[in-house]
Structures are given as structure tokens and as C-alpha cells.
Write a protein that binds this ligand. Structure first.
Ligand code: FE
Length: 145
């Protein structure tokens, strides 16, 4: 099992991602399993490796960087929507290193090494999609009926 969870009322969940799993992959799996199409996610974790992305506004290209070291995810925050009928996660993190300094960015992936404790709130809404915006180079929210 890649995760355990406990549902609360109104589409809210507590989610524990299993050790050594990849956070974004398991979170997407959980959203598919629970049919979550729109919402928000937040939480904390301990990780051994992570790849962060930085969008360069000048080139509109993502620059990815992998950090292979033990870190505390001091803040994970993001949202859940749909793109082309698939779960679309937009997550940012701040993580602290052994020397207590922090790094962060848009989260591409991260491997749990310890625990990953999240909350997920399903907004129970349809019509929360993503559409590529050429001006910014981002997949922006596309709300519709
Ligand atoms: Fe982002």
C-alpha cells in the first residue's frame, strides 16, 4: 500500500504516504482513487531527494534541479485540478537542509524518507481545468460549467 488515509466530513482527508514512495505520484494516485477533481493539499514531510522546478519568465522554460539529501519539508502547499481528463497537481514546497537553511520551488517529485503527512480537501467541483497560456508559459486555471 502506497498510502493510508482517513476521510472526514465534506470531502476532507488526512493522508499518510508510505515511506520511500514518491509524493506527487502517490498523491495523484490517491486523487484518482477517490475521484477528487478539484481541491487543495497541504502538509509536511521528511524526504531524501527532491526535484524542484523554477520557471524562467524570460524563456518560459522550466529549469529543474535535483537535491539528493535528507530534508524536512517545512511547507507543502498546492492545488488539485484536471487537465485533459487527468489529475493535475500544482504543488510548491519549502524544505530545510541539515544546516537549517531552506530551499524550495515548484515540486516536480520528492521521495519520502520518514513520513509524509498531508491533508486534502476535495472541493467537490467539476469544471476546474487547466489550459496552457502562451503569454506566461503556464497551465492556468480554466474554470467552466
Ligand atoms: Fe508552480
Amino acid at each position: 500500500m502506497n498510502y493510508t488515509f482517513k476521510p472526514s466530513t465534506g470531502g476532507r482527508y488526512l493522508l499518510s504516504i508510505a515511506n520511500h514512495q514518491e509524493i506527487t505520484a502517490v498523491l495523484a494516485e490517491f486523487c484518482r482513487d477517490q475521484h477528487i477533481r478539484s481541491g487543495v493539499v497541504g502538509g509536511i514531510a521528511a524526504i531524501s531527494e527532491a526535484t524542484f522546478r523554477f520557471l524562467d519568465p524570460a524563456t518560459k522554460q522550466y529549469v529543474d534541479k535535483t537535491f539528493a539529501e535528507q530534508m524536512e519539508v517545512t511547507c507543502l502547499t498546492g492545488n488539485i485540478s484536471q487537465k485533459d481528463g487527468e489529475v493535475y497537481l500544482h504543488i510548491h514546497v519549502t524544505a530545510s537542509r541539515r544546516d537549517y537553511s531552506c530551499i524550495g520551488g515548484h515540486l516536480l517529485n520528492a521521495k519520502v524518507n520518514g513520513a509524509c503527512e498531508l491533508y486534502v480537501a476535495d472541493f467537490l467541483l467539476d469544471g476546474v481545468d487547466r489550459k496552457f497560456d502562451p503569454e506566461t508559459g503556464l497551465n492556468l486555471y480554466d474554470f467552466h460549467e
